[in-house]
Design a protein around this ligand. Sequence first.
Ligand code: ZN
Length: 200
Amino acid sequence: MAIRPIRLFGDPVLSTPAEPVQDFDRSLRKLVKDLTETLRDVGGAGLAAPQIGVGLRVFGYNVNGQRGYLVNPSLSFPDSEEQDGEEGCLSLPGIYFDVTRRQNTVARGFTDRGDPVQLVGAAVMARCIQHETDHLDGILFIDRMDDETRKAAMRAIRQAPWSGLGPGGPPDSGPSGSPGSGTRRPAFRISPHPLLGQAR
Ligand SMILES: [Zn+2]
């Protein structure tokens, strides 16, 4: 098992659709372990394989004590109910904005041994499942925002110390002591459930 560094917004792996898992072998089981271990370490609600630099369709989740993972998930929606709420992403630390999602989801996928499993989610779990499945399609939550919210989010990203786009320059040349400068995982440990936006 290993804690893997989280890829940040701007990394091409985050905008590239991931490939379906073909081989349910030892390397997949290692990926699942790394993913779930890294998720536990950073204290997030969900983490998709591309976020640790692996372009395969696998994500892990940890929502209200319910934790697990899905390989090759496919999503369906049992109804048309929606939810509005704040969302965050481990690849965009500190960025929390409203995203409209479906209230209920059914995700069908596989274990790391290739056995079929189903994950039924409502509310926060449904939000997590949609967010993580989007990652596997190269879609980020900012892509799901309405135009106005997305503009505000992009402004916040440009000012974020990790983005390298603001006045502080690239993360490693930012002023020492400023939050997040010089580290790949700023502020995660005080954010037990980034999807919930509790860290603000
Ligand atoms: Zn995310």
